[in-house]
Design a protein around this ligand. Structure first.
Ligand code: LMR
Length: 335
């Protein structure tokens, strides 16, 4: 009898001890992305980590994997769906291959005359609808993070559409970006972000398009002699999580993480423009790249060459999404 109760006491003590260990083990969120920590997205991810760990008093640990250290572009989304990582922030251009082509509306040339139109779209019905479409893919959308408008880079000046003839230019995996480059007479090449620098350096591609913060932090300007400030298109992100993981979190934790994400989003969107402006200045100072800002006549030529892409891609992306964006543009007084 004595031995039995001793065994029972021992069993109970072990159970309590392992429950305590279990309760203390933090919930780990692996957050993978492809840019450096010194970019709007990289800084946003760091801010989210800081806020999330503080709000949950360490019950959640956010592990950051920047600069493609864990996964490259395409692998990222697969890893999230499999649950190998819990959080990502891929650019909106990378959702087409997932079967949600409406995201490619964000890639259309000259779709957003400025950030105010963009925010109305991401924070309005279109933004919500796109997140709803992610659910069937096992993904929950949490926020839209800004980066900025794109520049073109190459080893020759790209001022008029005729300058693009025969240029091999790297694009993200978006059919709209493919159509955009073809409309300019260029030869688009889909390539993972982490491979761009080397491809530029070795001449596998002649150039590409990106935001200045991405160009600078990947050192692309060191192997590109010309940069054109064209603002012809946009790069932004959807911060997404594995739906099963997210739904399985204790309600209080999920709430704290949602608040942390809201604050991290405000921060990221507030710094995005200045990060890109500073990057352009840093590229100028580095002295290896000639920076050219399109004049009005050149801008008009670019628009003439690129606007037909909207019509061309309408059946792929969906008339409704394009119309919804155009409505916001018109509401704000743009033509
Ligand atoms: C690119 O692949 O050029 C960008 O989407 C990278 C990024 O995440 O900003």
């Amino acid at each position: 009898m004595k031995l039995k109760s001793l065994r029972l006491a021992l069993f109970a003590a072990t159970a309590i001890a392992s429950a305590a260990v279990f309760a203390q083990a933090p919930i780990v969120i692996k957050f993978s992305h492809v840019v450096t920590t010194d970019t709007p997205k990289g800084k946003g991810a760091e801010r989210f980590k800081e806020l999330a760990e503080k709000a949950t008093k360490g019950r959640v640990k956010v592990e950051l994997y920047p600069n493609s250290t864990l996964y490259k572009d395409k692998e990222e989304l697969e890893a999230l769906q499999l649950g190998a990582v819990q959080m990502l922030a891929p650019s909106l251009a990378k959702f087409g291959p997932l079967g949600i082509k409406e995201f490619e509306a964000f890639d259309l040339p000259y779709m957003f005359p400025d950030k105010s139109v963009l925010y109305r779209v991401t924070e309005g019905a279109v933004g919500k609808d796109l997140f709803k479409k992610l659910e069937s893919k096992g993904i929950t959308g949490l926020a839209y993070w800004d980066n900025g408008f794109k520049v073109m880079t190459s080893n020759k000046p790209l001022r008029m559409p005729t300058d693009f003839k025969g240029q091999k230019l790297r694009i993200q995996s978006s059919k709209v970006l493919d159509a955009q480059m073809r409309a300019l007479g260029a030869n688009p090449q889909v390539m993972a972000f982490s491979e761009v620098y080397q491809a530029l350096q070795t001449g596998v591609v002649d150039g590409g398009e990106n935001t200045t913060s991405n160009v600078y932090t990947q050192k692309m300007h060191e192997v590109q002699s010309h940069l054109t400030v064209s603002n012809h298109g946009y790069i932004g992100y959807a911060v997404i999580v594995n739906k099963k993981f997210w739904d399985g979190l204790p309600g209080d934790i999920r709430g704290q993480l949602e608040t942390a994400m809201k604050d991290a989003t405000k921060y990221t969107n507030a710094i995005a423009q200045q990060e890109n402006d500073q990057a352009l200045e840093a590229i100028r100072k580095a002295g290896k790249t000639t920076i050219y800002v399109l004049n009005d006549k050149e801008k008009a030529e670019w628009r003439k060459a690129l606007l037909p892409v909207r019509k061309e891609m309408e059946s792929r992306i969906g008339k409704e999404v394009i119309a919804a964006v155009e409505k916001e543009t018109a509401t704000l007084g743009y033509k």
